[in-house]
Design a protein around this ligand. Structure first.
Ligand code: NAD
Length: 496
């Protein structure tokens, strides 16, 4: 395992001040909190918390903008604003990506990729903003149904810290394209980069004032108050399943619409007939991207027994070679976990794994040195875990892989579906019939066949079982932020 030190790729840093006076779209006048760099502990930003009055103001502002501006009815305006936003974000890649790495910890290459992917998502929905279409149907002699697609209204978008830009725009862009007003509540750990990334949107003269606002602070108070606010129409939430359940219960009081993108424990199935070089790269990418902190992480690797030993030996060798260290060093492939607490939780799972299974590689933080202040955990692989192990059942959100074996297709399918989650799965085989048969029976929203973790704005994603409700991306993602309304035109001579 090689380690990248923190000193040589870091310029000086002046902490960002994130408050209403610096960022007018932010409604936050309460106590200060901070965000820090997970690689070094350095202060990244000072931020203000939203008070209950700030949240009321943000919702009032959004409601007024939604009711009084042309936003909801002018698709061409929405397209122009979103296209300009995407262009500005692309132009600002250096600054936003550096801030993302400093605040979240991910590698600078991944951070740049996240900025570009976010811009691509915005461009896709900018194109759709002019195509929010309904339908007309003849129902009888001179009777017509006109079914309109209209925006839901005022939408709260609550985001997690692991992909703070992509997961923000994945809800924000379709919500805006459909004509809604949006109040953003980013995760506190990555709130500064979220606020900074919204600037090129809210700075535009053509965006009606108040269509996008932001509130800041903890989920339990600020997030909860937003979800329970009587004048919110919808909450689009991305985060843990446990939190999603709380959000849904809270939203039920006001009968607010919810879209929930939640946790996962995705199975990645490798069959003996697969292209094994490609499958190895896929297995590595599936679990170690974003240091395992990704909802679709292929954290359960299911390998056909006949190739198990050789495949795992080769995968362990690859894991040993992963550069772990400061994300700002361009040669780093695995950054730190996002926080001390996250690292404690991951280390707790590793201790359980050591008692229940066989540790193949990794198994803790790197040796001390320049990385001692950061929240690092090295790539870790366990085999021989019992089926009921917490490492097999629970979302760890760290670079920890649980390997299981199967004998045949039926066992592989049964094991893949033996989970309360259903977000994604991977399938590696050269047999097209098997790919189709098993792929179509896995209970998950996205099934990658001979690939993993490739997302496209055009292709919808979402969770089965306890991984969520609703769909994002694609045309389905746009429709999630609309209601249909039926105007019934009756031109017949009599009613009875
Ligand atoms: P989290 O649930 O702790 O927090 C997510 C957001 O919800 C944060 O902004 C938080 O402040 C807010 N929040 C917390 N409690 C709240 C409450 N009671 N009411 C309203 N808002 C509240 O999740 P996290 O730790 O930030 O992110 C990691 C989790 O997110 C993992 O479980 C991961 O699988 C999931 N995730 C899912 C997807 C997906 O697309 N399905 C994508 C990324 C992450």
């Amino acid at each position: 395992m090689s380690m990248n030190t923190t000193s040589e790729h870091r310029g000086p840093w002046t902490p960002l001040e994130v408050s209403a006076s610096r960022f007018p779209h932010v409604h936050a006048t309460g106590e200060t909190f901070t965000s820090s760099d997970p690689a070094t502990g350095q202060l990244v930003a000072n931020l203000a918390t939203s008070t209950l009055t700030d949240i009321d103001d943000a919702v009032d502002t959004a409601r007024t903008a939604f009711n009084r501006s042309a936003w909801a009815r002018d698709g061409a305006l929405r397209a122009r604003v979103l296209f300009r936003y995407a262009t500005a974000l692309r132009a600002d890649e250096d600054r936003i990506a550096e801030l993302l790495t400093r605040e979240q910890g991910k590698t600078i290459g991944e951070a740049r990729g996240e900025v570009r992917a976010s811009a691509g998502m915005i461009e896709y929905y900018a194109g759709l903003a002019r195509t929010v279409e309904g339908r007309v149907q003849a129902l009888g002699e001179n009777v017509h149904a006109v079914v309109l697609r209209v925006p839901v209204g005022v939408v709260g978008v609550i985001t997690p810290w692991n992909w703070p830009l992509t997961l923000l725009v994945r809800s924000l862009a379709p919500a805006l394209a459909a004509g809604n007003a949006v109040i953003v509540k980013p995760a506190s750990l990555t709130a500064a980069v979220s606020v900074a990334a919204l600037e090129p949107l809210v700075d535009q003269d053509e965006l009606p004032a108040g269509i996008v606002t932001t509130v800041l602070g903890s989920g339990g108070t600020v997030g909860d108050a937003l979800v329970g606010h009587p004048d919110i129409d919808m909450i689009a939430f991305t985060g843990e399943t446990f939190t999603g359940v709380q959000v849904m219960k809270r939203a039920a009081d006001g009968l607010h619409k919810v879209a929930l993108e939640l946790g996962g424990k995705s199975a990645n199935l490798v069959f003996a007939d697969a292209d094994l070089d490609k499958a190895l790269a896929g297995a590595e990418n599936a679990i170690f991207t974003t240091c395992g902190q990704i909802c679709t992480a292929g954290s359960r690797l299911l390998v056909e027994r006949s190739i198990h030993d050789e495949f795992i030996a080769r995968l362990a060798e690859k894991a040993r070679l992963i550069n772990c260290g400061d994300g700002l060093d361009p040669s780093t492939r695995l950054g730190p976990l996002v926080s001390r607490q996250q690292r404690q939780e991951v280390l707790g799972y590793i201790e359980v794994g050591k008692q229940e299974g066989t540790l193949v590689v990794g198994g803790g933080p790197p040796a001390d040195g320049d990385l001692a202040e950061g929240h690092f955990v090295v790539p870790t692989i366990f085999t021989d875990l019992p089926d009921e192990s917490r490492l097999v059942k629970e979302e760890i959100f760290g670079p920890v892989l649980a390997v299981q074996t199967f004998e045949d297709d039926d066992e592989a399918l049964a094991m893949a579906n033996d989970s309360e989650y259903g977000l994604a799965a991977g399938l590696w085989t050269s047999n097209l019939n098997r790919a189709w048969r098993i792929g179509s029976r896995i209970e998950a929203g996205t099934i990658w066949i001979n690939t993993y973790h490739h997302f496209y704005p055009e292709a919808e994603v979402g969770g089965f079982k306890r991984s969520g409700i609703g769909r994002q991306q694609g045309i389905e993602g746009l429709h999630e932020f609309t209601e249909t309304k039926h105007l019934n035109f009756d031109g017949s001579p009599t009613l009875w």
